[in-house]
Write a protein that binds this ligand. Sequence first.
Ligand SMILES: Cc1cc2nc3c(=O)[nH]c(=O)nc-3n(C[C@H](O)[C@H](O)[C@H](O)COP(=O)(O)O)c2cc1C
Length: 142
Amino acid sequence: MKKVSVIYYSSTGHVEAMANHLAKGAELQGAIVKVLRVQDAKVNDVLDADIVAFGCPSMDGNTIESDEMQPFITEFKIIPVEKKKCFLFGSYGWDKGEFMDKWIKTMISYDFDVIDKFVIHEAPAKQDLDKCFEYGKKLLTY
Ligand SMILES: Cc1cc2nc3c(=O)[nH]c(=O)nc-3n(C[C@H](O)[C@H](O)[C@H](O)COP(=O)(O)O)c2cc1C
């Protein structure tokens, strides 16, 4: 069975809700899914998965969160990921997705294969959560 890791940071719960809906969609397709706060994630949760969905809000000046997510991601600057497939998702307050554009560039430079992204403004509406669920269902088809 295919393994999916959903690794996220969330300060007020918006990205957490997105993560949980993605995970439900992937589970429906029969994947073995781990949903982890980045604070609890290990490098092997990335390396052992067939596909990783990373979620983060825009923080700290229109970038990914700097105390937990940034250091975790930076580990992969030197750990080979050999085009590991990843899906990026998150939420912003005012940057209109600028943090996501930067994040995609970083992930590509670390040799991840960024298969898609989903970014929203502030709290997810029902249709955003439905979309997360649909992305979760699609994850294993990329
Ligand atoms: C401490 C803090 C810093 C933030 N910094 C930014 C920022 O630099 N740019 C931006 O567009 N939004 C910023 N936001 C807004 C968040 O990205 C937005 O509220 C997001 O939906 C939060 O998701 P979460 O509930 O999963 O943490 C910030 C929010 C907080 C609480």
